[in-house]
Design a protein around this ligand. Structure first.
Ligand code: FAD
Length: 231
């Protein structure tokens, strides 16, 4: 049996190699989108031509979104807890996650590869700062992660239950979950999360997802590239 904390074959590493997102499974293709749109005419095709690409662009451009819902992806995501919190706000995904009520093995913690400074104009945002002396601070974050893990293990050794002991684990704890989403809701996620308004960490995941799905939906990706978006 394969362990869930191991990335699937088709995955992209993010966060300086500390996190990853992998494509577990998918259903449908660009042909499925076009055939779903043509169900109303009772006609199906198995090859795309130039007219189909125009139809695909029309559907996306005019927010005729239901045909996009016939393409579905399942991802495995390994990310810090604070990114999982942002991700799970997207209610149109279906999620399942490793539970720390069941297992205490494979605990890992994120140490940011580079610290960013607080933005002055936006209380939510951060900014790059070249002269930021972050080596000592990053070491303190690693020490704090290790201290939390030691305390967690001490509580377990003393007989405390996992469901309470896990409360001492920091937001930097890495979690692994599965997320399944249809293409329409995924495009909405990518729009919000591969954006300059989104936190750098979740943006890394959104970019990685684009890399994973681009070979499966090349003309959809081309449409957004044509609108000036990076894919
Ligand atoms: C840059 C950024 C900053 C953010 N900051 C904050 C913050 O400070 N505080 C905070 O709480 N959240 C914050 N969020 C989260 C944000 O408010 C949304 O919860 C999150 O982006 C999910 O978006 P969504 O609801 O559109 O997605 P989904 O939940 O995937 O929903 C997709 C679409 O389905 C429809 N839908 C889904 N569920 C419902 C429903 N119950 N009722 C009606 N329509 C529904 C809506 O049209 C929705 O747009 C932030 C998000 C971003 C991208």
């Amino acid at each position: 049996m394969q362990h869930l904390n191991v990335p699937p074959d088709n995955h992209v590493k993010v966060l300086d190699g500390q996190g990853w997102v992998g494509l577990i499974d998918h259903l449908g293709s660009e042909i499925s989108i076009l055939n779903a749109a043509r169900v109303s005419f009772g006609k199906l095709k198995d090859q795309m031509d130039d007219k189909d690409i125009t139809l695909l662009e029309y559907l996306i451009g005019n927010r005729h979104t239901s045909p996009l819902e016939h393409v579905v992806f399942t991802f495995s995501i390994h990310c810090p807890l604070f990114i999982r919190g942002q991700w799970h706000r997207h209610r149109t995904w279906s999620y399942n996650e490793i539970s720390r009520r069941y297992t205490e093995i494979d605990l890992e913690f994120y140490t940011p590869p580079k610290l960013r400074a607080q933005a002055k104009i936006n209380r939510q945002a951060s900014v790059e700062q070249e002269d930021f002396e972050d080596a000592a601070l990053r070491r303190k974050i690693s020490d704090h992660n290790a201290f939390s893990l030691n305390l967690f293990n001490e509580l377990l050794d003393a007989g405390v239950c996992r469901e309470q002991a896990r409360g001492v684990l920091p937001q930097n704890m890495m979690v692994t979950f599965w997320g399944t989403v249809n293409l329409n809701n995924l495009l909405h996620f990518l729009d919000l999360r591969d954006s300059e308004h989104a936190q750098w960490e979740i943006r890394e995941y959104a970019k990685a997802i684009k890399q994973l799905i681009k070979p499966l939906i090349p003309n959809v990706a081309k449409y957004f590239e044509g609108k000036g978006q990076a894919w």
